[in-house]
Design a protein around this ligand. Structure first.
Ligand SMILES: [Zn+2]
Length: 391
């Protein structure tokens, strides 16, 4: 059986040992070591990476009594020097110890028990037994966890028997019954856990609660500890810096500037809508004046579908001929008419669109369609024009 060095110390990063067994599986090579400090996946904490005799460790997991290390290739020697990726390990220690403290404070302040813990590359979460946590509760939890971090409580780990565990008031009973590993945050809590932890809460650095969401009737809390919290702060500061530079102002005035900008934007939108309306009225008049023959037809370069429909609706009440409009900006075509005495716009589109790869439809009085290319849209437009002119 492999000796688990990570139980003796979370801080051991280099050691020499012997390969006990090498296994070749379909997806690669695996070795079992006499002693290992590589933490395998478990208890919400991902595995460690590092090197066994210069060969990168790709995965570490428990199977029965053994810990398997997946390697790119098998080392040439049986006596090997091992090292773990300390940045990754310490990050896991900060997040995992932070989680214990966060869970303890959630229980203490709002009696919400932690149901599960996820420690991923992108985010860390705990699910707590609470239908909802309000902003005030989350603020007090965050403040209290940080206060406990700064109080620098020692974190100890040791094994106890089943009888001894009964003396400790654990919030959650352990799944194992012998050699139960306890992680104790002095004066805070005892927790049955096999993970790697920092020596004292001060090393967690800080905790930041980011957001919550409902999950299966409970609350999921997203958080970051230590360097992750620092990186989050740097990201936010960079975004804020970019926005401040765009608005040419400092962080304190930025909200005022954005509100002012929003107001101006709304005003411009309103002015633009009025101008577009006037433009549409003018275009409608012009198309009506140019009317010659059994159809009014026109191609626009820059209008969107909504503008085409609104223009068609302005023209049709003043003419007895159908109105056919197309836009090259969106590869779309609209057909409308005052009455459906002769034919139905929708039925006409339904019958012929397929030949031009078009999709759409409509009512007897107005139909619209979109096409994959302008060539298709234009061909359908020309076809429709011919059909109506020949009628
Ligand atoms: Zn734990």
């Amino acid at each position: 059986m492999t000796k688990k060095l990570y139980y003796d110390s979370s801080y051991l990063t280099q050691w020499d040992t012997t390969i006990l067994e090498t296994v070749k599986k379909d997806d690669g090579y695996y070795v079992i070591l006499e002693e290992t400090a590589f933490y395998p996946h478990g208890g919400g904490q991902p595995c460690d990476y590092g090197y066994i005799q210069d060969v990168p460790v790709l995965d570490v997991f428990n199977e029965g009594e053994h810990i398997f290390h997946k390697l790119e290739r098998v080392p040439e020697e049986m006596n090997v020097a091992c090292s773990i990726d300390w940045n990754r390990r310490f990050d896991h220690m900060q997040q995992h110890s932070g989680q214990h403290l966060l869970s303890a404070v959630c229980w203490e302040l709002v009696q919400a028990m932690t149901l599960s813990f996820h420690l991923g590359t992108d985010y860390c979460t705990i699910d707590v037994e609470a239908a909802e946590l309000n902003i005030g509760q989350l603020d007090s939890i965050e403040r209290e966890v940080n206060r406990r971090i700064y109080k620098n409580h020692s974190i100890l780990s040791y094994c106890v028997s089943e009888d001894e565990v009964k003396q400790l008031s654990l919030v959650k009973q352990p799944k194992v019954t012998e050699n139960i590993r306890i992680v104790e945050i002095k004066d805070v809590e005892h927790n049955a856990c096999g993970g790697t932890h920092v020596h004292s809460t001060g090393e967690i650095g800080m905790i930041k609660l980011l957001r919550t969401e409902k999950h299966k009737g409970n609350t999921r809390i997203y958080f970051k500890c230590g360097y992750r919290a620092l990186e989050e702060f740097n990201d936010c500061q960079q975004i804020l810096g970019t926005v401040s530079a765009k608005f040419n102002t400092g962080k304190d005035e930025i909200m005022d500037r954005i509100e002012k900008w929003e107001k101006e934007h709304k005003q411009l939108q309103a002015e633009l809508a009025i101008l577009k309306e006037k433009d549409a009225e003018y275009t409608a008049k012009q198309l009506l004046a140019e009317q010659d023959g059994p159809l009014i037809a026109h191609v626009f370069e820059d209008k969107n579908m909504k503008e085409l429909q609104s223009l068609a609706a302005k023209i049709t009440p003043h003419t007895n001929v159908p109105v056919l409009l197309a836009t090259a900006a969106e590869n779309k075509v609209v057909l409308s008419q005052k009455s459906d005495a002769g034919h139905s716009c929708g039925a006409f589109f339904k019958e012929h669109l397929g030949n031009y790869n078009g999709k759409g439809g409509g009512s007897p009085l107005m139909a619209q369609a979109g096409f994959p290319t302008w060539e298709d849209a234009h061909a359908f437009y020309e076809f429709t024009k011919r059909m109506f002119k020949n009628n």
